[in-house]
Design a binder for this molecule. Structure first.
Ligand SMILES: Nc1nc2c(ncn2[C@@H]2O[C@H](COP(=O)(O)OP(=O)(O)OP(=O)(O)O)[C@@H](O)[C@H]2O)c(=O)[nH]1
Ligand SMILES: [Mg+2]
Length: 431
C-alpha cells in the first residue's frame, strides 16, 4: 500500500507463498504496530506456527508481548529469530532472559552469536554442530565443530577472545539451559531461538532449514460440528482478511481464504455457511513473491485469494460439506477511540458511503451510527487506523473526509427500549 511506503511501516497484513525444498510455505506477515493489532490477531487465527522476529537492540516490544501471549495460550509453536546482529544490541543472555520472563516461554538457542555489531563474526550453530561465518562465502563459510563442540580445524578464530567467550557461554547454556525437545516446540512450550541479520540474509537459510524440520503440518481445526481433519475429503476454509484495491489499476476486492481441509479446485462449488448459499470458486489467485497467479489447485494450509464481488465477510466459512459448520469466530476488539466523520464535499456522498462500507467490511475500522441523527462515528483501537482510513478514502475513493475527535468512550450494547442518544454498532458480533 502507498501509505506503507510513505511511512515505512506495515498497516495491514500481507500474504506470500514460496516453494523451498519440497515444501510450500505460506507467510502471513503482520504489522508490528499495536494500532493494527486487531488485524494481526485475526491473521494469527489462520496460521499453524509463528515466527517472532526480535530487534536485538530493542528486545521485546509491547505489541510482541500481547501477541505471543496469545500464541502461547493457543499452543501455537513459536520460532524466534533475533535480528540485526550486525548492530550493537543487548547481549544474547539478556535477550533470552527477557524472552523467558516477559513471555513466560522456555527457550532453546539453536545457535549463538559470536560477537555483535562491528565485531560480529558469525554464529556458533549448536544444532548443526558448525560455525557459520558472517560475510564469508565459499568453503570457509561453515567451519565444522568436533564432538567437544570446538573448532575441528586450525583457524585464526581459535585465538580470538570472542571465540573463547562463546565457548564459555555455550557451556553455560548446556549446563543451565533448557533441553532441546521437539515435543515442546510442537506444543508451543519451548521456542527455538536463532540469531542472524535479515538485511544481509545471514542466518536466514539456516533458520529456514530448521523451521521446516520442526514446524507442524496443518492440524485439525475446531468447528461448530467438531474437529475438521486437514486431509478430509470435504473441502473447507475460512476468510480471515478482505482487502480492496490491492492493485490500484484493477480496483478489485480480494477475500483471503485459509484452507483447512480437503482440496481446492478452481471452479468448484461450495456453500457459504453463514447464508447457506452456494458459491462457485472460479476466480482465485495465489501470491508468489511479488506476483499474482491464477491458482487451480491448493490444499490444506494454503492461503489463496478469492475475487470477491461482495459475497464474503471476515470470519466466513466455506465448505463442500452438506453440514454447514463454521470455524471458530475471529477476535474482534472493542474500539476505544471515536471520530465523527463526514465528507468534506457533500457532492461526494456516493463515494463516501462506498469507501466507508468497504473499509468497514475489511475490518480496517469500525462504524457506528447515532440513532436519531444517523451520524457516522468511526471506532478504532489505535489512532493510526484513522490516519490510514483518511489516506485510503482520499487515494482509493477520491473523497476528502472531515474527522472530529469524540474522545475516548467505550461502546456498550443497549436494550431497544433504553436506546436514546446511544450508539449502535453496524457490526454483528461484538465481544
Ligand atoms: N542493521 C539491520 N537493519 C535491519 C535488519 N533487518 C531489517 N533491518 C531494517 O529495519 C527496518 C525495519 O524493517 P521491517 O522489515 O520494515 O520491520 P517490521 O518489523 O516488519 O516493521 P512493520 O512491518 O512496520 O511492523 C528497515 O529499515 C530494515 O532495513 C538487519 O538485519 N540489520
Ligand atoms: Mg513488516
Amino acid at each position: 500500500m502507498e501509505i506503507e511506503k510513505q511511512r515505512g511501516i506495515s498497516v495491514t497484513s500481507s500474504v506470500m507463498q514460496f516453494d523451498y525444498d519440497d515444501f510450500r510455505v505460506n507467510i502471513l506477515d503482520t504489522p508490528g504496530h499495536q494500532d493494527f493489532s486487531e488485524d494481526t490477531y485475526r491473521t494469527l487465527m489462520a496460521v499453524d506456527s509463528a515466527v517472532m522476529i526480535i530487534d536485538s537492540a530493542k528486545g521485546i516490544e509491547d505489541q510482541t508481548v500481547k501477541l505471543f501471549k496469545v500464541c502461547r495460550m493457543r499452543g501455537i509453536p513459536i520460532f524466534t529469530f533475533i535480528n540485526k546482529m550486525d548492530r550493537q544490541g543487548k547481549t544474547p543472555l539478556e535477550l533470552l532472559a527477557e524472552l523467558e520472563e516477559v513471555l513466560g516461554i522456555e527457550t532453546y538457542p539453536m545457535n549463538w552469536p559470536i560477537g555483535m555489531g562491528k565485531d560480529f563474526v558469525g554464529i556458533y550453530d549448536r544444532f548443526n554442530n558448525r560455525i557459520e561465518q558472517f560475510k564469508t562465502e565459499g568453503e570457509e563459510r561453515f567451519l565444522p565443530l568436533n564432538d567437544e563442540g570446538e573448532l575441528e580445524v586450525d583457524h585464526k578464530l581459535k585465538d580470538s577472545q570472542l571465540y573463547e567467550q562463546t565457548l564459555e557461554e555455550i557451556m553455560l547454556l548446556t549446563e543451565a539451559g533448557n533441553q532441546f525437545s521437539e515435543e515442546n516446540i510442537a506444543n508451543g512450550k519451548l521456542s527455538p531461538v536463532f540469531f542472524g541479520s535479515a538485511l544481509t540474509t545471514f542466518g536466514v537459510q539456516t533458520f529456514l532449514d530448521a523451521y521446516l524440520k520442526f514446524a507442524p503440518a496443518p492440524q485439525a481445526r475446531m468447528t461448530t460440528s467438531g474437529e475438521m481433519d486437514p486431509v478430509s475429503n470435504d473441502f473447507s476454509g475460512f476468510i480471515f482478511k478482505i482487502q480492496a484495491n490491492m492493485n490500484p489499476k484493477h480496483r478489485d476486492r480480494i477475500a483471503f481464504l485459509r484452507i483447512c481441509s480437503g482440496k481446492f479446485e478452481r471452479g468448484m462449488s461450495v456453500n457459504l455457511s453463514r447464508t447457506g448459499k452456494p458459491i462457485n470458486l472460479s476466480s482465485s489467485t495465489q501470491f508468489m513473491a511479488d506476483d499474482r497467479n491464477t491458482v487451480n489447485e491448493a490444499v490444506s494450509g494454503d492461503i489463496i485469494g478469492l475475487y470477491d464481488t461482495g459475497n464474503y465477510q471476515i470470519g466466513d466459512t466455506i465448505t463442500t460439506s452438506k453440514d454447514m459448520f463454521q470455524f471458530e469466530r475471529l477476535p474482534q476488539f472493542t474500539p476505544e477511540l471515536f471520530m465523527r466523520v463526514t465528507a468534506k464535499n457533500v457532492m461526494k456522498q456516493k463515494h463516501f458511503h462506498k469507501g466507508i462500507n468497504q473499509l468497514v467490511q475489511e475490518g480496517a475500522i469500525q462504524l457506528f451510527k447515532t440513532v436519531r441523527m444517523e451520524e457516522y462515528l468511526l471506532g478504532a483501537v489505535g489512532q493510526l487506523q484513522f490516519e490510514v482510513f483518511e489516506h485510503r478514502m482520499r487515494n482509493e475513493y477520491n473523497v476528502e473526509v472531515v474527522m472530529e475527535r469524540m474522545g475516548s468512550k467505550i461502546t456498550r450494547w443497549a436494550e431497544d427500549e433504553k436506546l436514546d442518544e446511544n450508539l449502535h454498532s453496524s457490526r454483528k458480533h461484538p465481544c
